[in-house]
Design a binder for this molecule. Structure first.
Ligand code: GLU
Length: 432
């Protein structure tokens, strides 16, 4: 089983969507189920409604899963495993107060040495533990050997026991830390491959140490995806609009195009434009670059345009708020200028909306508008144009500028003959 384990703590980040997509593709390729585990153990950071949004986004992107879990429902297992580790003397109760720990951390900082837990509570006698009525955390005993993480993308990284340290499994409030809940849940779900962001690489040896302490010997595979950088070369954060999947969708990037781009970024692919279904045939985690990926919105727009070009005109028409095929075709004419659904909607709205006419063309515009409203139907642009020319007496710029504004709402744009061919049945609406 593979898993995608989002926290319901904010808008879904494209980095997370990338993780979900790679998990989905790998699960299909390996013919293993995919589990969606909502990591809701950090009660203060959970945002109501985000869980529902996660499932909606996954469905929109065609990321199908077979199992669902709320991490908080596994609390009894987290607690039981913590007790087992205490009994096996693999973990210990730590009564150090936050103030004591902070003071030790400050002292290390002053001495310019990395802070490590000093083992203060590791060897307390049983009596000392039982008699102590103060709040306590449960810490895993620091491993006695280095732990090597083998990663499908990054290769091997070895972590010294001191870097893993005696870290906290259960907080004083009796709730598990991320590392403990995650390691226990992955074990219980028999996860075979963990794909997640590289910000978790330093957590992996801790989770392996937990598995070892629990006597879990399954060889779990790992793939940590490189971070995504913005145009300034900084890690894409909430401050970058494009980091939010919701924002990209609202801007009118198609899910197919976003998926295409997320699979292309920092990867070697047989071609540039493809569907997820096609990618399942050739996708290989091992070809993902170790280096950070650079997010390039212009490239995404280029890919979006290619996917928009490939859409069935009727479907495209619906996306821009109409139901007829011709408007879908009309929208395609605008794809040279527009790269997102939002831009296309605005182009089409300009065609059908009230027109802004510069003073010098107002008179010509009024004449052409009246003629168009009264004219018979012309199938052919040249016939329509000939009719208007003949009856208006307008010529050159004084004819073409107001005509362009009448048919498109703009002074520049696609060839009028290209627009006319899809607008000819809507002229009365366009000119109203
Ligand atoms: N809840 C963690 C996150 O959203 C999951 C990390 C993991 O996949 O283990 O970053």
């Amino acid at each position: 089983m593979l898993r995608f384990a989002p926290s319901p703590t904010g808008d879904m980040h494209i980095g997370n969507l990338r993780v979900a997509l790679f998990n989905y593709i790998s699960a299909v390729q390996r013919d293993e189920p995919l589990l969606i585990r909502i990591e809701d153990t950090d009660k203060e950071r959970n945002i109501p409604g985000k869980e529902k949004e996660i499932f909606e986004i996954l469905a929109l992107f065609g990321i199908q899963h077979q199992e669902e879990q709320l991490q908080s429902n596994n609390l009894r297992f987290h607690r039981a495993m913590a007790v087992q580790l205490l009994q096996d003397k693999k973990a210990f109760n730590c009564f150090c107060t936050p103030e004591t720990l902070d003071a030790k951390r400050d002292a290390s900082k002053e001495a310019k040495i990395a802070y490590r837990y000093d083992g203060a509570c590791e060897n307390l006698s049983a009596d000392a533990v039982i008699d102590n009525m103060n709040p306590f955390t449960i810490r895993l005993k620091k491993p006695t050997h280095p732990i090597t993480v083998t990663d499908l993308i990054k290769g091997e990284s070895t972590f010294a026991p001191d870097d893993i340290d005696s870290f906290i499994l259960m907080r004083a409030d009796k709730f598990p830390t991320y590392n403990f809940a995650c390691a226990v849940d992955d074990m219980l779900a028999d996860i075979s491959l963990i794909i997640r962001g590289e910000d978790h690489l330093s957590n992996t040896p801790k989770q392996i140490a937990i598995h070892e302490a629990l006597g879990y010997t399954k060889k779990v595979e790992y793939a940590h995806l490189p971070i995504i950088l913005n145009a300034e070369g900084k890690k894409m954060s909430k401050r970058d609009d494009a980091s939010s999947v919701k924002w990209l969708l609202e801007e009118g990037y198609l899910p197919e195009a976003i998926s295409n781009y997320l699979l292309l970024m920092g990867n070697k692919t047989p071609n540039e434009i493809f569907s997820v279904k096609e990618a399942i045939k050739w996708f290989d985690l091992k070809t993902i670059s170790k280096a950070p990926a650079h997010f390039d919105i212009d490239k995404l727009k280029f890919i979006n345009r290619e996917h928009l070009k490939g859409l069935d005109p009727k479907e495209l028409s619906r996306y821009v708020g109409f139901a007829d095929e011709e408007i879908g075709q009309l929208a395609k004419v605008y794809l040279d200028e527009a790269g997102t659904l939002k831009e296309l909607r605005s182009k089409i709205a300009t065609v059908f909306g009230p027109k802004e006419v510069p003073e010098e063309f107002k008179e010509g515009y009024a004449i052409l508008r009246d003629l168009t409203l009264k004219a018979p139907h012309f199938d052919d642009y040249d016939a329509y144009k000939g009719y208007l020319m003949e009856h208006s007496g307008l010529k050159g710029k004084n004819f073409f500028k107001p005509l362009r504004i009448l048919l498109s709402g703009a002074e520049h744009g696609p060839e009028l003959s290209d627009l006319y061919c899809y607008l000819k049945n809507y002229l009365k609406e366009v000119a109203k």
